[in-house]
Design a binder for this molecule. Structure first.
Ligand SMILES: [Zn+2]
Ligand SMILES: [Zn+2]
Length: 300
């Protein structure tokens, strides 16, 4: 099936599809591949990467408006390197046109070209897979941020959370005392970790400070440092968020957590549930970004 005019076979044998043009340049002993395409095509590709093809239309639209706002706010982020966006999550994951692209394209084309705005300017927007029952304050996740009025942590619905059907809503990971040593900086590693305790949580219940005892060493880290250290050493898909509890049993440590991602802004699995209940994208967006309004994009 053709999904764009360029097909690329990666060294891993995966076929990827791109629209627009591809330029390949040699830079500092590396090859730099730049895909040039219409803004709208880029937007549809990043949304298609985020959501499976069978997601309800209004959830896809809510993601499309959120991603369009994010795209406009970050255009030119990599200007010095000669392109607008890289393919990583901080710029929105871009992998060309994924296999569900054609299935979602019609819904995306029919989504009005809105952005979210606050006090006449594009709003700062974020999204994540599953909040786990409570979204986050932006400044709790990114301490350099000022608190933003429409990015306040809130329960994801009254009673049972909107994202409760997510496969990531709750999870458990077990690690032995020896395995947990990996998470520590190399100069602090002893044979086993004796104790792990949560010292402080933010208002959404996410871990702010955590204490680890390894041999005679007592180490404190922020929840985020712990999450990143775990990802780098033990892998990225086990500890899915900083919304967790930790307990010890005879085999080691048991981490019981909820959600996937940082919890700021739009909860994708919550949006899916709201769409299935009949809410429109406008209502979904005003739930996750209260006080913002939809505005027609000023981009051509
Ligand atoms: Zn980037
Ligand atoms: Zn949620």
């Amino acid at each position: 099936m053709r999904i764009g005019n360029i097909s690329v076979l990666t060294p891993l044998g995966e076929e990827k599809y791109f629209g627009g043009t591809l330029t390949i340049e040699a830079r500092d002993k590396e090859l730099m591949v730049i895909n040039t395409l219409a803004e709208e095509s880029y937007l549809f590709s990043v949304v298609a990467h985020e959501l499976p093809k069978d997601w309800p239309r209004e959830a896809v639209r809510a993601q499309c408006v959120t991603s369009r706002t994010y795209m406009e706010n970050n255009l030119g982020r990599h200007k010095k390197e000669g392109f607008d966006f890289c393919d990583l999550a901080h710029c929105q994951v871009f992998k060309g046109n994924p296999s569900n692209f054609l299935a979602l394209e019609k819904v995306l084309r029919e989504t009005p070209p809105f952005v979210l705005s606050f006090e006449g300017k594009n709003a700062e927007v974020f999204f994540h897979s599953t909040c786990g029952g409570h979204t986050s304050n932006n400044e709790d996740v990114w301490p350099a941020h000022q608190p933003i009025p429409y990015l306040r942590g809130q329960p994801d619905g009254q009673g049972s959370p909107h994202c409760r059907h997510s496969p990531f809503f709750s999870w458990t990971v077990r690690k032995t005392k020896a395995e947990m040593v990996q998470v520590l900086p190399s100069e602090k590693r002893k044979e086993t970790v004796e104790d792990i305790r949560i010292l402080k949580k933010d208002t959404s219940g996410r871990v702010k400070r955590i204490f680890i005892q390894c041999g005679p060493q007592k180490i404190e880290m922020s929840g985020d440092e712990f999450y990143l250290a775990w990802g780098r050493t033990l892998g990225w898909h086990e500890l899915k968020s900083t919304l967790f509890e930790v307990n010890q049993d005879e085999r080691g440590f048991v981490f019981k957590g909820r959600g996937l991602g940082h919890g700021v802004g739009l909860c994708q699995w919550g949006a899916r549930n709201l769409a299935e209940k009949g809410y429109g994208f406008r209502e979904i967006l005003s739930f996750y970004f209260p006080k913002t309004v939809l505005m027609k994009s000023c981009r051509p």
